[in-house]
Design a binder for this molecule. Structure first.
Ligand code: AKB
Length: 358
């Protein structure tokens, strides 16, 4: 990830005392080689997805370029290859992961590999392998090598029987997608390993994440990213959710900062291992109104598809008061702020009336 949003995030992540330690990032130190008092060595799985590239950038600024290892099964861009260590790793290959953890002397795993909600419904066997078997591999490795592990969860871990407005941390969870089921499984397995083996498992339930230069790929909340690209490319936004479908959302910078702050929170402050986090909640109708302040001529049509059924079972608003109280979670951008940040990034030099590219 590059550009304005991440620059803001880097500024807003003020190092805490325990992490103001010797920085060895660009000093020629071999990847993974560090002294006891230095920053953690971090392995990010699925790092070429929506969150991984940005998080690697933020963590490399904080912990050192060579201390954050990006991994995925995809061929990376030149920019990624030049930004720091990148390795091939299939989440289903236990031995390969073991090798990486040993060779890079890994302390933390950030486990992003997963199929999202809509794409998971189209390929349930693959979603079960990646989201469930993949999780088993990283949990077992975190246990064996005593690693701290972060696994994102989601609003999709709730279902039609959960209270939906707002949805608290602890309530009935009966999701209706394989993605949601696999995330409840991850929450429960992680908490089990925490209680049984003392493993430092941490998870945040994210809402829809809106990012400027990485695409979500296969989610139900992706319309809230697509609207910006449609507005700027064609001036015509085709929305696959109904105009009044309310879902919780968050801008990428807030999301990445939440991971860093949560991982750096001393264990003694955490009352739970899995917390809801959110920033705002809006409907397609409401984001259209806000986007039209930047692209006044935006045309909108609603062409509802199967993702509506998923959205109809998800929280409308998320209650993240425990995260705010226990470890100081605070979002910075609301709907107008997020839209401005997106346009500032995607079309920085243009005035609103110049933004439609027909
Ligand atoms: C999805 O829509 O599947 C994801 C999510 C909310 O977890 N963005």
């Amino acid at each position: 990830m590059s550009g304005q949003p991440v620059r803001n995030l880097l500024r807003s992540c003020v190092p805490r005392a325990s992490f103001v330690r010797k920085y060895n990032g660009v000093s020629g130190v071999a990847p993974g080689v560090k002294d006891k008092n230095e920053h953690p060595n971090v392995l990010i799985t699925g790092s070429l997805g929506q969150l991984g590239t940005g998080l690697a950038k933020v963590m490399r600024q904080r912990y050192g370029r060579n201390n954050v290892i990006m991994s995925d099964i995809l061929k990376p861009s030149k920019e990624i290859l030049e930004s720091g260590p990148y390795v091939f790793a299939d989440i289903l290959d236990f031995k390969k992961l073991q090798e990486l953890i040993v060779n890079y002397n890994i302390d933390w795993i950030i486990h992003f590999s997963a199929l999202l909600s809509a794409i998971g419904e189209n390929n349930v066997p693959l979603a079960m392998r990646v989201n469930i078997e993949g999780l088993h591999n990283v949990l077992e490795l975190a246990k064996q090598y005593r690693l701290k592990i972060f696994v994102p969860s989601t609003i999709g871990a709730f279902g039609p029987d959960s209270p939906r407005d707002p949805t608290p941390d602890l309530c009935i969870q009966r999701p209706r997608t394989i993605y949601g089921v696999s995330k409840v499984h991850a929450e429960l397995m992680g908490e089990y390993y925490y209680h049984k083996f003392g493993m430092d498992f941490r998870s945040l339930r994210f809402p829809g994440i809106i990012s400027a230069d990485t695409n979500p790929g296969g989610g139900t909340t992706d319309y809230a990213v697509k609207i910006f690209h449609d507005a700027l490319k064609t001036g015509h936004f085709k929305c696959y959710l109904r105009e009044d479908t309310r879902l919780p959302m968050m801008f990428i910078d807030d999301c990445l900062r939440s991971v860093v702050e949560f991982m750096e929170t001393p264990d003694s402050k955490l009352k739970m291992r899995t917390y809801n986090v959110t920033a705002m909640s809006f409907t397609p109708g409401e984001i259209v109104e806000e986007v039209r302040k930047h692209v006044p001529e935006l045309k909108v049509t609603y062409e509802i598809d199967g993702r509506q059924d998923i959205a109809d079972t998800w929280p409308k608003r998320f209650d993240d008061s425990n995260a705010r109280a226990d470890w100081g979670w605070k979002h910075t951008l609301d709907l107008p702020g997020m839209c401005k940040a997106m346009f500032d990034f995607l079309a920085p030099s243009e005035k609103p009336e110049q933004r439609i590219k027909m």
